[in-house]
Design a protein around this ligand. Structure first.
Ligand code: SAH
Length: 270
């Protein structure tokens, strides 16, 4: 069997798994069929590209588990023609899945090297409806707001106020929120009116920490017991050794394992 054919077969198996686990909408499953996940992981990890597991992508971060991406799309009710904001580009894989459904996807990543790599790859794959920016996504993307859906791919201590305000009326924000940087529940916030939002809690998950002005501060993200929130350390304040230390500790914290990023205690149907 040719490599292309093998990867297609494996991708179809992955889609079957997502369906079995409860995400059944055709437009979502078709989006997963269309995106070559193997292009988003290093060639050394290509053989694992279609396992339903997170995989390392550098800078101590991971490409999201496919089922988790599917749940986020479903929870955010992303529909064709919509304008979506993603916080936490990572490899760009989830952005590509969203872009198969939505009209435009705006995505922000706090690590410049990940943002650059994702932008180059998404261009190469022909995704001209994805816009990648390097920066702190907890304060959103003001110039492009409002959004129909906002999906946050990292867990914060609270729902970022700026993101709530960048929702269209009727728009949905889906964000993992927890008292420690390691454990969260998915919170869905729907904007009902100019000053009215509905909040729902959808199930327990485990994401890498959301680090930024309206997220965890730098040190708190590497200390699970810490709950304090303070202004983040900006890139300019960081020394090389700070960054090395941070990378090491974040890597330890976010070591990918299928169990680690799987939803825990999530009802089968809601
Ligand atoms: N959706 C990605 C995986 C994201 S992992 C994919 O499919 O590959 C979470 C990402 O969020 C990491 O890359 C991390 O660096 C990023 N992140 C954490 N805090 C952030 C912030 N405040 N703004 C932007 N990105 C952030």
């Amino acid at each position: 069997m040719s490599t292309t054919r093998r990867l297609e077969t494996e991708r179809e198996r992955m889609v079957g798994l997502i369906r079995q686990r409860g995400v059944q909408e055709t437009h979502i499953l078709d989006a997963f069929r269309a995106v070559p996940r193997h292009a988003f992981v290093g060639s050394d990890l290509e053989e694992f590209a279609y396992e339903d597991a997170p995989l390392p992508i550098g800078s101590g971060q991971t490409v999201s588990q496919p089922y988790m991406v599917a749940l986020m799309v479903q929870d955010a009710c992303v529909r064709p023609g919509e304008k979506v904001l993603e916080v936490g580009t990572g490899s760009g894989y989830a952005a590509a899945v969203y872009a198969e459904i939505a009209r435009d996807v705006y995505t922000i990543e706090r690590y410049a090297d990940l943002a650059d790599t994702a932008r180059t790859l998404l261009d190469r794959l022909g995704y001209d409806n994805i816009h990648v920016r390097h920066g702190d996504g907890t304060t959103g993307w003001r110039d492009e707001a409002p959004f129909d859906a906002i999906i946050v791919a990292a867990g914060g201590p609270q729902v970022p106020e700026s993101l709530k305000r960048q929702l269209q009326i009727g728009g949905r924000l889906v964000v993992p929120v927890g008292e420690t940087p390691r454990d969260q529940v998915i919170v869905r916030v729907t904007r009902l009116g100019e000053e009215e939002w509905r909040r729902e809690e959808l199930g327990a998950v485990r994401f890498v920490p959301l680090v930024g002005e309206e997220g965890w501060r730098e040190e708190a993200s590497t200390r699970p017991e810490a709950k304090a929130k303070a202004p983040m350390l900006t890139e300019g304040d960081e020394t090389g050794s700070d960054r090395d230390a941070r990378d090491r500790s974040v890597r330890g914290l976010t070591r990918p394992s299928p169990i680690e990023l799987m939803p825990t205690a999530r009802p089968v149907s809601r």
